[in-house]
Design a protein around this ligand. Structure first.
Ligand SMILES: [Zn+2]
Ligand SMILES: [Zn+2]
Ligand SMILES: [Zn+2]
Ligand SMILES: [Zn+2]
Ligand SMILES: [Zn+2]
Ligand SMILES: [Zn+2]
Length: 224
C-alpha cells in the first residue's frame, strides 16, 4: 500500500472531519470501525493503540481489537479514495488517493540505485524495476567473490604482519653479529634475484636475518 512517505494531501484543512482518524488526525487509511460505539480509526493506528490499551480512544468504551471491523460502506470508502494527493517524488498534483498505487508504478522520479552502487554499478531505476535489475546485475553476482577476496587479503595481511614481527625480533637480536659479518665480506649476492651488490649502510638497516641477503631493489620490491 502506498504510504504517506510517497504522497501528501492537497487542501488538507478542507477535508471533512468524518474522514479523519482521531489518532493520527490524517485521512483514514484502511479504516476499522467498532460496532459498539461506531468510532473509526486507521488500521495501523488502532492496532498500535491496542498494544497497551483496551478502550476506544475516543469514547473510552471497553473494547478489544477484535471488536473493530473493516468499514465496508461504499460511499464512505469512495470519498476516501477520491481525496486528492500530491506525489512527493514528482510533485504531480490532483492524483486520487485510490489511484496512487498506479501512479507509483509510473512515477518517473521515484528512482532508486542498485544495491551494488558501491561496486560502481550506476543503474538507477523505478523502485518496482529493482527486482529485475538485481537478478541481472553482474556486480551483485560478483559481490560474494569480492567479499571472499577481501577476506583472504585481510588474512594474508595479518600473516605478513605476524612474519614482520618475527623478522623484526630476529633482526634486532642479530644486528651485532651482522655488522661483524658485513665488515668481513664487503660484497654479497642477493638471495632473491641473485645480483651481486656491495653492502652499505642502507642495506644493513633493511637486512633482517644474519643468513639472508637482499639487494636494495628487492628490498624495495618485497618490503615496501
Ligand atoms: Zn490514523
Ligand atoms: Zn468509541
Ligand atoms: Zn510521482
Ligand atoms: Zn546493479
Ligand atoms: Zn635482488
Ligand atoms: Zn642480520
Amino acid at each position: 500500500m502506498a504510504t504517506s512517505d510517497d504522497y501528501e494531501y492537497m487542501n488538507e484543512s478542507s477535508i471533512h472531519e468524518d474522514l479523519l482518524c482521531p489518532i493520527c488526525t490524517d485521512p483514514l487509511e484502511d479504516p476499522l470501525c467498532a460496532n459498539q460505539c461506531g468510532h473509526t480509526f486507521c488500521r495501523k493506528c488502532i492496532t498500535d493503540t491496542f498494544r497497551n490499551m483496551s478502550r476506544c480512544p475516543t469514547c473510552r468504551h471497553d473494547l478489544k481489537l477484535e471488536d473493530f471491523h473493516p468499514v465496508t460502506i461504499r460511499p464512505f470508502l469512495n470519498q476516501l479514495n477520491q481525496l486528492l494527493v500530491k506525489c512527493k517524488w514528482c510533485s504531480q498534483i490532483n492524483i486520487q488517493r485510490g489511484n496512487f498505487k498506479d501512479h507509483m508504478i509510473n512515477c518517473e522520479e521515484r528512482m532508486v540505485s542498485c544495491p551494488a552502487a558501491h561496486l560502481k554499478c550506476d543503474w538507477k531505476g523505478q523502485h518496482d524495476k529493482m527486482h529485475d535489475h538485481v537478478n541481472k546485475c553482474p556486480l551483485i553476482k560478483v559481490q560474494p567473490i569480492i567479499d571472499e577476496l577481501n577476506a583472504s587479503v585481510k588474512q594474508q595481511s595479518e600473516q605478513i604482519h605476524f612474519l614482520y614481527t618475527i623478522l623484526e625480533k630476529i633482526s634486532k637480536s642479530h644486528s651485532q653479529a651482522c655488522q661483524e659479518r658485513y665488515k668481513a665480506r664487503g660484497v654479497a649476492r642477493c638471495d632473491m634475484c641473485g645480483k651481486s651488490f656491495t653492502f652499505n649502510e642502507h642495506i644493513r638497516r633493511l637486512h633482517y636475518c644474519p643468513n639472508t641477503d637482499f639487494c636494495s631493489d628487492c628490498v624495495k620490491k618485497y618490503f615496501p
